[in-house]
Design a protein around this ligand. Sequence first.
Ligand code: FES
Length: 410
Amino acid sequence: MSNEKKNYTPQELNSMSNDELARLGTELDGVTVAYRKERFPVDNDPASKRASRAVGTFLVLSIIGAIGFLGVYLFWPWRYKGLGADGMWLYTFYTPLLGVCGALAIGCLGLAVVTYVKKIVPEEISVQRRHDGPSDEVDRRTITALLNDSWTTSTLGRRKVLAGMLGASGILAGLAIILPMGGMIRNPWKPGVLGLQGDGTLWTSGWTLKSKNVKLYLGRDTGAIAALEKGDKDHPNAVTHASTAGIARLVRMRPEDLDAGSMETVFPLPDELVNDKDRHDPKRDVYTEHMHSIHGPRNAVMLIRLRHKDAQEVVERKGQEDFHYGDFYAYSKICTHIGCPTSLYEAQTNRILCPCHQSQFDAKMYGKPLFGPAARALPQLPIEVDEEGYLVAKGDFIEPVGPAFWERES
Ligand code: FES
């Protein structure tokens, strides 16, 4: 405990210098400065300039990193580009550049602070005893004086350029952390343009295009990728480049393409993007659009052809009696538990199994859950066959696909 007098009048306090108040503050707080040594006791010490330059270099790098991060985040092309598409390389660098710039901004700011404290701020060892209770007037005044003293001894007041850069670096690094959180406060229900991946809201998928009178085939994924093109007529054996022209990643299906007791994953294939069989054009390139359909988070549908005798036992859900075509049933592949792909179909029992947490759904009973944590049936896509004999969507899903969310009613 300090033996110092505590009851100072405002006049006595006003008459003290900042140094005296600071010293009084340490004594009143029971703080003992055991050791203190200036780093640069001699004016114009070259070591002081070197230390200052080192801190300045880290701050400049931090500012460059923070500006780079903000620039990349705001202006770099970030939308997905498929293999071989224009701008694919620029897109590929988006995430790595964010990481490098963010690390530079925050890492160099940290290094600048550590270097400043280790090389410029006076070395000091202080010891303080703990005490309880709120601070009185004297303590508040003296702590202010101590802070003033810290500012003075830090010499930042004299080093205007360093202080300015430290402030700028701190603000920009803070922005680099805060700005990406902007994505979390966007309105998730604000619809964008309806396309092959829906309109950006959870109610929609590529199949929602059907409600805009777009003819949608059930497109089977062939897994086809870019083909190597041969050289010109003078160099017929030379391989010049990879091309996706003429490749149909998604192709139309007829009922006879699927055996009884089997399952195929299909995606929405708009009429204008068909490039197979009698409508194949070797120069046309629809690959990117087909990949957009495959990547649509709510697009994957399981087309199941039940064995005919099993189809006789099917229990239809009310309001969905005409959603199937003969023995063909189409269910969303997105598990209603937490959205894994329900990839397994067991023909013997007609059960659909989700490998994530073992939910099982009955293909003979409108995709109703029979086991596991999923509580809702798999949404069923209404299907039919068009005049040419291809399987097409008859309408959109009548309920949201995938896991539950706050706004859905059932
Ligand atoms: S995501 Fe399918 S059971 Fe959990």
